[in-house]
Design a protein around this ligand. Structure first.
Ligand SMILES: O=C(O)C(=O)C[C@H](O)[C@H](O)CO
Ligand SMILES: [Mg+2]
Length: 403
């Protein structure tokens, strides 16, 4: 079964997505997600100029060899652009292989390890009270786990909090990056109050998560972890930038709050030390940025040796193709933790028809062969690319600060 055509489809039904479609001489095709928020055209160009020409004529069944060819065979390894491109090829090839086997992808991976996949929703509010209302709404919708983020008194704009009541926040909200102001002290003083209020109203059964978006130093993160211990978080996410993996050691030594990290990682080498030293509890690297199923499976297997579980990144800036493949992976992977769910809007869902379903706080995997997500190319063509950037943030004195 040879690859005879490959198309890179960039579409913006509200936000940008990059999709790779690989077509074989058997008539079967597969699709993969290559979306890298704010850098979409870098990946589509990498695919079109450097990857697609080498794929034409290759045997579509040789997933491992193709992965090695694109990773080991490249002089310039790793990095989010390269790895997003490899991820899309890999996801599309697994889609084709599962379709050829007439199996849903989870069967090809090894079958079900669970009946359903727990997912967490985002609850945000301009202050604690409106955040509590959002939590109540999501509990009503059936969620068993929620990520809680609220506005902070004295800080005008907080990333991850919707601008208006009842809306979702948009990660990439401006043509050129918007500038936010950040105060670590105001933040650290406020977050424990938020979790105290949530626990007081909702009790201790609901799983609570929180995302720091890499804003703290290790000792500040340790302080936050300790401060929220009484509220038993499911996880504290991305509390420091992690180029230096040792940073996680210091945090770990100070707190029992579980730590999640890795949505910006793209290879096992970004998390090897923190996993093997058991400095973290959850690894978040998604299929779209971590080298597809072939490489993320290696990360998950390695992580399982050290009691680290998966908690895949799943924002609206990853396409339904990534989410669909993730639901298959989550259904199979033995060391599953949780799956993030920031629902796509109806327009996006119409461009990417899929068979995964949400029910009672969980995803249910579909039974159609492959990963169960398609792209309607005619619909996709109606929505051209529109540049959108994630914000940057500065301390109150003007210093440019971490993500
Ligand atoms: O979903 C999360 O956990 C995020 O942190 C969202 C990211 O900021 C967003 O996907 C960046 O593109
Ligand atoms: Mg995050």
């Amino acid at each position: 079964m040879k690859i005879i055509d490959a198309r890179v489809i960039v579409t913006c039904p509200g936000r940008n997505f990059v999709t790779l479609k690989l077509i074989t001489d058997s008539g079967l095709y597969g699709i993969g997600d290559a979306t890298l928020n704010g850098r979409e055209l870098a990946v589509s160009s990498y695919l079109e100029e450097h990857v697609v020409p080498a794929l034409i004529g290759r045997d579509a069944s040789r997933i491992e060899d193709t992965w090695q060819y694109l990773y080991r065979g490249a002089y310039w390894r790793r990095g989010p652009v390269t790895m997003s491109a490899i991820s899309a090829v890999d996801m599309a090839l697994w889609d084709i292989k599962a379709k050829a086997a007439q199996m849903p992808l989870y069967q090809l991976l090894g079958g079900k390890s669970r009946e359903r996949v727990m997912t967490y929703a985002h609850c945000t509010g301009k202050d604690i009270d409106s955040c509590l209302e959002e939590v109540a709404r999501h509990v009503e919708l059936g969620y068993k786990a929620v990520r809680v983020q609220a506005g902070i008194p004295g800080i005008k704009t907080i990333y991850g909090v919707a601008k208006h009541e009842g809306e979702r926040y948009e990660p990439a909200d401006a043509d050129i990056p918007a500038e936010h102001v950040w105060s670590t002290e105001k933040y650290l003083n406020h977050v424990p109050q938020l979790f105290a209020a949530v626990r007081e109203r909702f009790g201790h059964d609901l799983h609570l998560l929180h995302d720091v978006h890499h804003r703290l130093t290790p000792i500040e993160a340790a302080r936050l972890g300790k401060a929220v211990e009484p509220y038993h978080l499911f996880w504290l996410e991305d509390c420091v930038p992690a180029e230096n993996q040792e940073s996680l050691r210091l945090i770990r030594e100070h707190t029992t709050t579980p730590l999640a990290i890795g949505e910006v990682f793209n290879s096992i080498h970004d998390c090897r030390e923190m996993i093997q030293n058991q400095w973290i509890d959850y690894i978040r690297t998604p299929l779209t940025h971590g080298g597809g199923i072939t490489h993320v499976r290696r990360i998950a297997d390695f992580a399982s040796l050290y009691h680290v579980r998966t908690g895949f990144h799943g924002p609206t800036d990853l396409s339904p193709v990534c989410l669909g493949a993730a639901v298959h992976f989550d259904t199979w992977v033995p060391n599953f933790g949780v799956q993030e769910h920031m629902p796509h809007d109806a327009l996006t869902d119409s461009v990417f028809p899929h068979d995964y379903r949400f029910e009672d706080g969980h995803f249910l995997v579909g039974e159609s062969p492959g990963h169960g997500v398609d792209i309607d190319e005619e619909a996709a063509a109606k929505y051209p690319f529109k540049r959108a950037s994630l914000p940057v943030n500065r301390l109150e004195d003007g210093t440019l600060w971490h993500w």
